[in-house]
Design a protein around this ligand. Structure first.
Ligand SMILES: [Zn+2]
Length: 249
C-alpha cells in the first residue's frame, strides 16, 4: 500500500492513523494504510485545520463530542454589532468583561460588566488595591444580574420562519383533532410574531371545537383590537367575529 498523497510505500514505521472524518468535528473512525506520517501531519496543519475552522460553528452549536475535548468558543457578531462568544454546551458570554472609568468632579465612577460573579469579584478586588477604602463585599452585593445579553441573543435566535413552524404545527394538530395543542401552537406563533390571524385561529377553535365561549371571547376580543383584515376571506372572518363578539355595550 502507498500513501494516497505522496505515493511513498507505507510500512509500519511511516504508516499513520488517518481520521476518516476530521477529529475536529467529532470524527472517531481511523484507518491505517491511507497516509504516511509526514502527509498526515501536513494535512492536519493545512486543510484539516482550515476545515475545522470552517466547521467550528457547528461543533460549538451542536456541542460535538470530540476526542480532543470541547470545541473552542466561536466568536459571533450580532446585527447590532455586538460580539459574543458561543460555547459548546454552555451559555454564551461577552467576548471580554467591560471596564469603564469616568472622572467626575471629586470622584471616579467605575462601570463593570463581568461574565460571572467570580470575574466581577476579581475585577473589584484589583480595583480595591488602588482604592483601599472600597468595600468589595458591598460592591458585589449591589451587583445586578442582568439578562440583557440573553434578551439580545433570544431576539437574534428567533427566526421568522418560526412563525410558520408554529402556524404549521397548529394546523397539523387541528387536523389531528388535538385542539388544545393546536391552540397552544397558534398562541405561541402570536406571542412571537403578533400576527392577529393566529388569535383568530385560537378563537375559532375555542368556539367551534372546544365549545369554550369564555376562551373564544378572550382571543376574539384581542383579535378585533389588533386585526387588519386585507383579503376578502379575512374580512369575512373579521366581520363574523365583530358581529358575534364585538362589544356593543
Ligand atoms: Zn505521504
Amino acid at each position: 500500500m502507498n500513501c494516497v498523497i505522496c505515493l511513498t510505500e507505507l510500512v509500519p514505521s511511516n504508516d499513520s492513523l488517518e481520521h476518516i472524518i476530521p477529529a475536529s468535528v467529532g470524527g472517531k473512525l481511523k484507518k491505517r494504510g491511507v497516509l504516511c506520517k509526514s502527509c498526515n501531519n501536513t494535512a492536519g496543519e493545512d486543510w484539516d485545520s482550515d476545515l475545522a475552522r470552517q466547521l467550528n460553528f457547528f461543533s460549538v452549536t451542536f456541542d460535538v463530542d470530540r476526542e480532543r475535548g470541547p470545541a473552542p468558543p466561536e466568536k459571533v457578531r450580532t446585527s447590532t454589532g455586538e460580539e459574543l462568544l458561543l460555547h459548546p454546551g454552555k451559555p454564551m458570554t461577552q467576548v471580554r468583561p467591560v471596564f469603564k472609568s469616568t472622572q467626575l468632579p471629586g470622584r471616579i465612577a467605575y462601570e463593570i460588566q463581568a461574565r460571572s460573579m467570580d470575574e466581577a469579584k476579581a475585577i473589584v478586588k484589583k480595583l480595591a488595591r488602588k482604592h483601599p477604602d472600597l468595600d468589595v463585599e458591598a460592591v458585589l452585593a449591589s451587583a445586578q444580574i442582568s439578562n440583557e445579553l440573553l434578551a439580545i441573543c433570544l431576539d437574534k435566535a428567533i427566526s421568522h420562519t418560526a412563525e410558520w413552524y408554529y402556524n404549521d404545527l397548529g394546523s397539523n394538530y387541528e387536523e389531528l383533532k388535538d385542539f388544545k395543542t393546536a391552540v397552544a401552537n397558534y398562541d405561541t406563533a402570536y406571542y412571537l410574531f403578533k400576527e392577529p390571524l393566529m388569535l383568530y385561529n385560537c378563537g375559532r377553535i375555542a368556539e367551534t371545537q372546544l365549545k369554550n365561549k369564555a376562551m373564544a371571547r378572550k382571543y376574539y376580543t384581542l383579535y378585533l383590537r389588533t386585526a387588519h383584515p386585507l383579503s376578502a376571506e379575512e374580512k369575512k372572518a373579521y366581520n363574523y367575529v365583530r358581529l358575534h363578539y364585538g362589544s356593543k355595550k
